[in-house]
Write a protein that binds this ligand. Structure first.
Ligand code: COA
Length: 352
């Protein structure tokens, strides 16, 4: 039973942060004092990490090499069939890592997991490359064209931090007990895995495939809604307008198109988004349910040439940098996060 004030902690402020700010009414996302539009596609991932970690410079190349050397010590962790479960198991083997090492490890482990799923050996990192370019290279086994590398970098920055989303909150709760960074990141990963958070982009691509053509969008969506299903990639806890990251990723898709990398799904995605926005507005006139970041994540990562099983692990590859920054910020407060609950059971006195 949901009681007033307990329903998903909506609108409850539980931390001060200088890392990012989500204005749900205006559709504004500020990361490290800048609008997301000024960062994603404009500033490389490593530089945005440096802004969040207050470091003068961040070089993830040597950290990737060290993370790759850890692979043999992970046992069968990366053999799990689900990428998020593999990451969770792989990271759980680690201890005493700092933000750059952990951030590098997520990208290296995600790529190694995917290679292993395909029966292929892991590809050693090239420390001279930017993180996004090298993660893509380690997944594919060869360097991709520059526009694709750039698009993945744009994506990693677009998702690097986002206020007190569920996984970041989970990381902060764990950090507040003075537990370690790896534990906080493993917990955050578990929260990100859920389809209401970071697990949505794969199903968005499934949806686009199931719809097939723009003409079928309305009928397909009506059928799903009549069955009580949620439309993946639509709706948001905070945004009452379109998620600004959807526009950032759409812009990256337009940029890819202009650079000769065609997206097979972009026209269909735009039609499905229009139809879904209308269908949801009819059902929920009280609540604006618009496209969120996951909608165009699916289209962008697919256009980059990445398999849908990698979508959530790549979300983690970007977001881990934000988790690490929040853990440090939380630890600096020294204050345990320990809310209260309202007991709705029966008190023993009632039986006296
Ligand atoms: N499809 C269909 N209905 C939706 C919906 C969606 N994508 N998102 C919300 N709704 C419905 C809810 O079921 C609810 O209906 P009800 O009042 O009849 O129960 C109503 O709209 C209001 O929901 P809201 O309070 O805005 O949702 P929330 O804040 O609890 O949840 C999400 C936010 C993101 C979890 C939700 O919008 C969702 O499940 N989206 C799909 C998954 C997704 O894309 N996740 C990635 C998020 S970045």
């Amino acid at each position: 039973m949901n009681l007033p004030g307990t329903d998903g902690l909506e609108g409850v402020v539980v931390a001060n942060t200088r890392l990012s700010h989500v204005d749900g009414a205006r559709g504004q996302l500020v990361i490290a004092d800048r609008n997301v539009e000024a960062l994603a596609g404009e500033v490389p991932f490593e530089q945005v990490c440096a802004l969040l970690w207050r470091a003068s410079e961040v070089d993830l190349g040597p950290e990737r090499v060290r993370a790759f050397a850890l692979l043999p010590s992970l046992g069968d962790a990366l053999g799990l069939p689900d990428g998020m479960e593999a990451l969770r198991a792989g990271l759980a083997h680690l201890s005493h890592l700092r933000a750059p090492a952990l951030t590098a490890a997520v990208g290296v482990f995600a790529a190694a997991w995917f290679r292993r799923q395909q029966g292929l050996p892991a590809v050693p990192p090239d420390p001279s490359l930017p993180h996004a370019a090298d993660v893509l290279r380690m997944v594919r086994g060869a360097r991709a064209q520059a526009p694709r590398e750039q698009a993945l970098d744009t994506y990693l920055v677009a998702v690097i931090d986002h206020g007190l989303n569920a996984s970041t909150f989970a990381a902060r709760v764990i950090a507040s007990t003075q537990s370690d960074l790896v534990s906080a990141v493993v917990g955050a990963l578990g929260a990100l895995k859920g389809p209401l958070h970071g697990g949505a982009p794969g199903p968005v691509l499934d949806m686009l495939e199931a719809v097939g053509t723009p003409a079928r969008a309305v009928a397909w969506l009506e059928e799903q809604l009549a069955l009580g299903h949620r439309i993946m990639g639509m709706g948001h806890r905070i945004y009452r307008v379109r998620d600004p990251r959807a526009a950032v990723l759409e812009r990256a898709l337009d940029r890819l198109e202009a650079q000769g990398v065609h997206s097979e799904n972009l026209t269909l995605a735009r039609a499905v988004e229009r139809a879904a926005t209308q269908a949801l507005a009819q059902r929920h006139p009280e609540r604006a349910l618009r496209a969120n970041v996951e909608f165009y994540t699916a289209v962008l990562l697919d256009t980059v040439g990445l398999d849908r099983r990698l979508f959530s692990p790549l979300f983690a590859t970007g977001r881990v940098a934000g988790w690490c920054a929040h853990v440090e910020e939380q630890q600096a407060t020294g204050r345990l996060i320990r809310p209260a609950s309202r007991y709705v059971g029966v008190l023993p006195e009632a039986f006296a």
